[in-house]
Design a protein around this ligand. Structure first.
Ligand SMILES: Nc1ncnc2c1ncn2[C@@H]1O[C@H](COP(=O)(O)OP(=O)(O)OP(=O)(O)O)[C@@H](O)[C@H]1O
Length: 444
């Protein structure tokens, strides 16, 4: 039922939800300055006060995405409010070049990366980042995913706790998930705490804003409440956990090997024996991992590919920037060559950048002079292929899109090929060039 404007909404008082933060040494509050995260800031500060100096220590951080001119002023506002509440504050700027499309997604990924790096820099042994996601966020996400016909993964609830990034020791916590936004606003009002208004929240070009202002009110008017949507999302979260469990066991039957981020290979027959949904999930995961910055495929395309691999003995297909090649024994997946949006990148000493959304490439600060990073390409591979261990070479087409490091016209490193190289036949590794694979996942 729509909320009766006459019925006062109760502010949140001392809440048990914050007790889940007590197991950490340090907690970073992610605060944009909007009403939700300002409510998080005051509630967490009050909770800490009640603990009389017991751990965790708390601080706040604001990501300045450098997308709106007011953002740095807003970060300053959060810094002042944090100080007033006795909490240290850091502003984390997103300095990378901005993509032409998919800004909200890219901004979210950058935000989580920056928060993670900041949390790790704090030298606490257990550290968590806390966001102000609430019950209406949960319902909005569910409605957004319903609108695109999402599967179980997409419809599952945001969990109250998870790793901030896949494989990270920094945890992400969301203690405000049980509360509707109206109670967060009432909390601020009751304490007279100001907040900033984020214009992107009202901008109807952004999908979430459209759901918030059009679809959700329409659902609520027909009797489908935000709380009911959030409950379904929670139950689908349990289904997702069960599928994840099944998927791990299925994957263990496939003799899946990752060729050091060059390619993945798995047993075709074992794959064909698996249930449809698990076959689709595995393909989606591998395509996300190897497809780099290419556009993510539709779920229907993953479904079609899984069906094709089931029906045909030998086939090759490209999807989402990945090449999927099925032979009689193995199915292999690698990055499709010629798909990189930013093929040539200059790295000066001390600089690290994202490469093809799959890797972080870095020139160490002590290195002398800049390097260029570009895809290895077919011709350059032919020049160095002889230095790889015979019989262990990856499929030739799988290496063309790998990042290679160059000093002027000299190829100085292809770190991904080092494990395949004859040791005496360097240089696949150059001390000043570093490569780290990013953990990528696909949620449909
Ligand atoms: N600029 C920012 N700086 C610090 N924290 C932020 C910033 N923007 C958002 N957050 C944190 O993330 C939470 C969710 O924000 P928002 O709903 O805008 O995210 P989103 O882009 O919809 O992505 P998602 O909800 O999937 O994380 C906020 O409540 C806040 O805790």
């Amino acid at each position: 039922m729509p909320r009766d404007a006459q019925v006062p909404v109760a502010p949140i008082e001392a809440d048990a939800a914050f007790e889940q933060l007590a197991k950490f040494d340090h907690v970073v509050l992610a605060v944009s300055g909007g009403p939700d995260s300002m409510a998080l800031l005051v509630l967490a500060a009050e909770w800490r006060q009640r603990r009389n100096g017991a751990l965790p220590s708390l601080s706040a951080a604001t990501v300045d995405h450098r997308l709106r001119p007011e953002a740095s002023r807003e970060a300053g506002f959060v810094a002042r409010e944090s100080l007033r509440l006795g909490l240290p504050h850091a502003t984390l700027p997103w300095t990378d070049e901005k993509p032409l499309s998919g800004i909200p997604d890219a901004a979210r990924q950058a935000r989580y990366r920056l928060l993670e790096a900041h949390a790790r820099s704090l030298a606490a042994s257990t550290v968590a980042v806390v966001t102000a996601h609430h019950l209406d966020d949960q319902a909005e996400t569910f409605a957004m995913r319903l609108a695109r016909g999402a599967g179980v993964t997409g419809l599952s609830a945001m969990p109250a706790e998870r790793a901030l990034l896949e494989g990270s020791t920094v945890r992400l916590l969301r203690p405000l998930l049980p509360f509707p936004k109206s109670r967060l606003i009432a909390t601020l009002e009751a304490r007279g705490v100001p907040c900033v208004d984020d214009p992107t929240n009202k901008d109807s070009r952004y999908e979430r804003a459209r759901i918030r202002h059009a679809l959700l009110p329409a659902l609520v008017a027909t009797g489908i409440s935000a709380a009911a949507l959030a409950t379904s999302a929670r139950r689908l979260g349990d289904a997702e956990a069960a599928l994840h469990y099944a998927e791990e066991r299925f994957t263990a039957t496939l003799a899946l090997s990752f060729g050091n981020e060059v390619f993945a290979a798995f047993d075709r027959e074992a794959f064909r024996e698996g249930p449809t949904l698990l076959r689709q999930r595995l393909l989606a995961r591998l395509i996300a991992r190897y497809g780099g910055a290419s556009e993510r495929p539709e779920l229907s395309e993953i479904e079609d590919l899984a069906a094709r691999l089931q029906a045909e003995e030998k086939s090759t297909a490209t999807l989402g920037g990945a090449m999927v090649s099925s032979g009689s024994r193995f199915i292999r997946v690698w990055r499709e060559a010629g798909r990189l949006a930013q093929p040539d990148l200059l790295l000066v000493p001390g600089e690290s950048r994202t490469w093809d959304r799959r890797f972080i490439v870095r020139r160490v600060p002590e290195a002398i002079g800049p390097v260029r990073v570009r895809p290895l390409g077919q011709e350059n591979y032919l020049v160095i292929a002889g230095r790889l261990i015979p019989g262990r070479r990856p499929p030739a087409r799988a290496v063309h899109a790998l990042p290679s490091f160059w000093k002027d016209d000299d190829l100085v490193a292809v770190p991904s090929l080092a494990p395949f190289a004859v040791a005496s036949e360097a240089p696949f590794l150059e001390a000043g060039c570093e490569l780290k694979a990013l953990a990528l996942s696909a949620a449909y």
